[in-house]
Design a protein around this ligand. Structure first.
Ligand code: GAR
Length: 221
């Protein structure tokens, strides 16, 4: 059984998609052990409580600096024997020690096609605003492993959608979230089935059966 911790700062719709995927058996052999937020009001904490998952508010303002705050979360995760850390709309940056201690075991979901519209300052609605301002015709979502940079880790899954001519930030956010809610559970399922291998910057997805070997897993999306 893989023990998962979810770090979230906001609404928690990705958290909900993960909870649902575990409850329906799409993701097997995994449990969400704890949901941690830096924001007391984060609805993600409420979603955790509603699903009998421990919800922890760890107030970053009580710590001297970012490193001390990260250390507190790290020790919480280690004491619980967490196998996989999922960032789901988590608006704090992990420090290098966190990234190193959980290397290959931290995932993030990002609302664009990395390496476009990502990095420092690109989060939440800002991503969609930048997408619309740029005039690009496609955007999408990315699930990636977290390394010491911001949105620079090896990419696990991506899916593109067309930007519509009448698109607004709200409509784009909603459409991209729908993609995220399918992509993130699939990435976690692959991790839990031990089908992900990181070779340099590339993530190799091992097929489930011989028949799937040719197509990889994109057919599962
Ligand atoms: C999601 O769109 C997620 O990709 C984004 O925040 C939203 C959280 O929604 N994350 C980032 O921008 C990280 N750079 P949720 O709280 O409903 O899951």
């Amino acid at each position: 059984m893989r023990k998962i911790a979810v770090l979230a700062s906001g609404n928690g719709t990705n958290l909900q998609a993960l909870i649902d995927a575990i409850n329906t058996g799409f993701i097997k052999n995994a449990e969400i052990n704890v949901v941690i937020s830096n924001r007391k009001q984060a609805y993600a904490l409420e979603r955790a409580r509603n699903n009998d998952i421990e919800a922890l508010w760890i107030n970053s303002k009580e710590f001297f600096d970012c490193d001390e705050y990260n250390e507190r979360i790290l020790s919480e995760l280690k004491s619980r024997g967490i196998d996989l850390v999922l960032l789901a709309g988590y608006m704090k940056v992990l420090n290098w020690k966190f990234a190193r201690d959980f290397e290959g075991r931290i995932m993030n979901v990002h609302p664009s096609l990395i390496p476009a519209f990502c990095g420092k300052g690109f989060y939440g609605n800002r991503v969609h605003e930048a997408v619309l301002a740029s005039g690009v015709k496609i955007t999408g979502a990315t699930v990636h492993f977290v390394d010491e940079g911001i949105d620079t880790g090896p990419i696990i899954l991506q899916k593109a959608i067309m930007v519509r001519p009448d698109e607004t930030v709200e409509s784009l956010k909603e459409r991209v979230l729908e993609v995220e809610h399918r992509l993130y559970p699939l990435a976690v399922k692959l991790f839990c089935e031990n089908r992900l291998r990181v070779i340099g910057k590339k993530v190799i997805i091992l097929p489930q059966t011989k028949q799937r070997r040719r197509n990889g897993c994109q057919e599962e999306l």
